[in-house]
Design a protein around this ligand. Structure first.
Ligand SMILES: Cc1ncc(COP(=O)(O)O)c(C=O)c1O
Length: 305
């Protein structure tokens, strides 16, 4: 935020609550908030922030509207448009316009615009395919916004994008904001497809066994390093290849038998996926030139409700 971001995108209500309590007002929950328990929390959140929430159905819009009106508030909404990922979202064109009209008719809601997410294309390894997929997704979203505008409804926000598409989606005329997050720490999977941010995130791990010359076992498994986007890389070591993570153990092949490492030695792992790895830890140790300068609480970890 100090570097100029005007707001923060969150996936979950629980994460947005953490951000709001830290004083960040401009929040997008790029997800649907559904059900009576969450309505009560959304109302509390709207009292301390300018939260915007995604909707893709009339039923959900009505639920939020009713909660907002009972509390004497107005809640900001974006319509989530399915711009090709086929996850949540209304189809572009008439279905999006229809929902926009419904939202406008609900006095507890304030229609702010549309959002999409090109998750099907954001991590494509082939740059040309990634550019084509992300551009066509962003264009679908922008066209959906233009169709709503052409029918007399102002659309202020057109939000999309991720770390793999910041320089693609971000250049499509009509996109007004990006939802990227991974770039801040980066990870192996994004780095491997050529997204050139620095890997700032590592998991410090100890070798607990070298049962064979060609194998070391570390104390880091899936409970410390998320495997959903592939195995971690071992930082600054070309002689170790991490090939398997079980719950509490990691197995690395030793590629060079003269590798001197054994029990007690430490290695740093660059996680395959930063988001799901960070969610496993309570603290960041902020290190500069080998010195821990700060310990930061990861306050939004586990806030998946
Ligand atoms: C809706 C939405 N927007 C944006 C992102 C982008 O995140 P990242 O910067 O990690 O690619 C995600 C990732 O899951 C997402 O689900």
């Amino acid at each position: 935020m100090q570097a100029g971001a005007r707001g923060i995108t969150c996936a979950k209500l629980g994460e947005a609550e953490v951000m709001a309590r830290a004083g960040i007002r401009d929040l997008l929950i790029a997800n649907q908030v559904v059900g009576p328990l969450k309505m009560a929390r959304l109302i509390d959140l709207a009292r301390i922030s300018d939260v915007i929430v995604a909707v893709d159905s009339e039923a959900n819009a009505r639920e939020i509207d009713q909660a907002a009106r009972s509390a004497g508030l107005t809640i900001n909404v974006l319509i989530e448009v399915d711009s090709g990922m086929h996850r949540c979202g209304t189809a572009p064109g008439e279905p999006t316009l229809t929902l926009a009209r419904r939202v406008l008719s609900l006095t507890g809601l304030r229609f702010r615009g549309v959002m999409g997410y090109e998750g099907h294309a954001v991590a494509l390894a082939d740059r040309d395919l990634r550019v084509a997929g992300c551009e066509s997704s962003a264009k679908l979203l922008v066209e959906a916004a233009e169709y709503v505008r052409a029918n007399g409804i102002p659309v202020e926000i057109v939000s999309a994008g991720g770390t793999g598409s910041f320089d693609i989606t971000g250049k499509v005329p009509g996109i007004t904001e990006l939802q990227c997050g991974s770039y801040a720490t980066h990870d192996r999977a994004y780095r491997e497809i050529g997204v050139e941010f620095e890997n700032a995130l590592t998991v410090l791990s100890t070798i607990i066994s070298r049962p064979a010359p060609d194998r070391v076992i570390i104390d880091c498994g899936r409970k410390s390093c998320a495997p959903d986007h592939g195995m971690p890389a071992v930082r600054q070591r070309t002689d170790l290849d991490c090939v398997y993570l079980s719950e509490e153990h990691g197995k690395c092949n030793v590629l060079n038998p003269s590798c001197p490492l054994g029990p007690g030695d430490r290695i740093e792992l660059i996680p395959g996926h930063g988001c799901t790895t960070i969610n496993l830890h309570d603290e960041f140790y902020a290190v500069r030139e080998g010195v821990v300068e700060a310990v930061w609480t990861i306050a939004a970890r586990g806030k998946s409700r």
